[in-house]
Design a binder for this molecule. Structure first.
Ligand SMILES: *[C@@H]1O[C@H](CO)[C@@H](O)[C@H](O)[C@H]1NC(C)=O
Ligand SMILES: *[C@@H]1O[C@H](CO)[C@@H](O)[C@H](O)[C@H]1NC(C)=O
Ligand SMILES: *[C@@H]1O[C@H](CO)[C@@H](O)[C@H](O)[C@H]1NC(C)=O
Length: 382
């Protein structure tokens, strides 16, 4: 009997397929109608037995007077009339439920673009927790670069897949083994893991400036192309955002207040580093001043800019090599420098020296193939 029903259904299916081959759309509707969706009122299949195994009787008021289970009256499920002894009663049918793919609650991850850079959700710049400590959300582009388990340098996220840093971080230059490098975004402390906010990456590509001079620190710039374990780059979040690049050769006036952030770990070991992200306000110093005898003289090339705190306080040392010097213009944060070098810390007339990023727009565009990000689109036009 069972076999008979199966055969009958199969035959019917084959016939129906044969006759409805005109369009695949019809075919799709057709297969959906062979199972019970919702209350089964759209069911058009061929089950003709009740859940109790009784044969369905022919319908009197339905077209064709067939005897398949149906739900013509908004019952809970398809049913049919069956004969029980002398009585005719209605019995429910058991129809296979339709497979409804549950809508996957994974919207494609939000990713920063060249027009959403330099924004941060955390706007408090002054008087943050613990004096100079700062939540990562106020500098969400700060990247932490590790060599195996050892913190190596800071960096800045300039596009979802690219971190800009300093060339001098990599002692071996071009011979650096990128397989032992890892990059973190959203980190608040270098020795702590915040799984909620952190994103970790391996390094897919490593580009160090071909004219980086390890004795003068000229052209102290490098790029890392990052890749997450899922193959994705940085996902936009309150603690991981891109910073804007200013247009080529843009300069801000001396005295302009900018901000440097980092874990303060690497540069000045004597400094009280706590491993937590810190930031400091620094003012840009004119090239004339910085190349003067009392400052650094001819150690400063045209690819460097200087910035320091007006009172030469220790704060100016809180950056890590490779970390960002950012300046706010029209409410957005632009990357103007990469922490490069400095003579000691908190010494009068010895400010921090930064790689002048606006000299490298073309170099960044050529190496990342992201010319949209290097045009400085978001910088206010005069
Ligand atoms: C058949 O499917 C199309 C879309 O795939 C739908 O618009 C149409 O209402 C369906 N027809 C029936 C009878 O379910
Ligand atoms: C680095 O710069 C110094 C001073 O300009 C120069 O003498 C030296 O040759 C440079 N080194 C390299 C590797 O270019
Ligand atoms: C991280 O380092 C700081 C300062 O050395 C220390 O206070 C803190 O307990 C460390 N955290 C962990 C998880 O080791």
């Amino acid at each position: 009997m069972n076999l008979f029903v199966i055969l009958a259904v199969l035959t019917a299916v084959c016939l129906n397929v044969a006759f409805s081959r005109r369009s695949s759309r019809k075919h799709r509707n057709y297969s959906r109608e062979m199972c019970q969706a919702g209350d089964g009122s759209t069911y058009k299949g061929y089950v003709s037995k009740s859940a109790y195994g009784h044969r369905c009787l022919r319908w009197r008021f339905l077209e064709n007077h067939h005897n398949y289970c149906r739900n013509p009256d908004q019952s809970l499920m398809p049913w049919c009339y069956v004969r029980r002894g002398r009585k005719i009663v209605r019995e429910d049918c058991r129809i296979p439920k339709c497979f409804t793919p549950t809508p996957t609650p994974t919207p494609s991850p939000a990713v920063d673009t060249e027009v959403t850079c330099g924004e941060r959700s955390e706007r408090r710049m002054n008087k943050v927790v613990g004096g100079s400590f700062t939540p990562i959300d106020s500098h969400p582009w700060v990247a932490a670069i590790y060599n195996r388990k050892r913190f190596l340098c800071g960096g800045s996220l300039i596009a979802p897949c690219w971190v800009l840093t300093a060339a001098h971080c990599f002692e071996k230059g071009d011979a650096t083994n990128i397989r032992i490098l890892s990059v973190y975004l959203g980190k608040t402390a270098i020795n702590e893991t915040d799984a909620e906010r952190e994103q970790s990456f391996t390094v897919e590509k490593f580009i160090i400036h071909q004219r980086f001079n390890a004795s003068t620190y000229d052209n102290d710039i490098a790029l890392l192309k990052i890749k997450g374990s899922n193959g994705r780059c940085a996902v936009k979040s309150a603690s991981a955002r891109t910073v804007c690049l200013p247009p080529s050769h843009t300069q801000l006036p001396a005295g302009f207040q900018c901000s440097v952030a980092g874990f303060g770990k690497e540069r000045f070991s004597a400094w009280d580093y706590s491993q937590y992200l810190k930031k400091a306000e620094v003012n840009l110093i004119s090239q004339t001043d910085c190349t003067s005898k009392s400052y650094y003289g001819d150690l400063i090339t045209k690819n460097m800019i200087c910035a320091g705190s007006p009172d030469w306080s220790t704060d100016a040392c809180s950056g890590d090599s490779g970390g960002p010097l950012v300046c706010e213009v029209s409410g957005r944060m632009f990357l103007f420098g990469v922490v490069s070098w400095g003579e000691n810390c908190a010494m009068k007339n010895k400010p921090g020296v930064y790689t002048q990023i606006t000299n490298y727009n073309k170099w960044i565009a050529a190496n990342t193939e992201l010319s949209d990000y290097t045009q400085g689109k978001m910088y206010p036009q005069k």
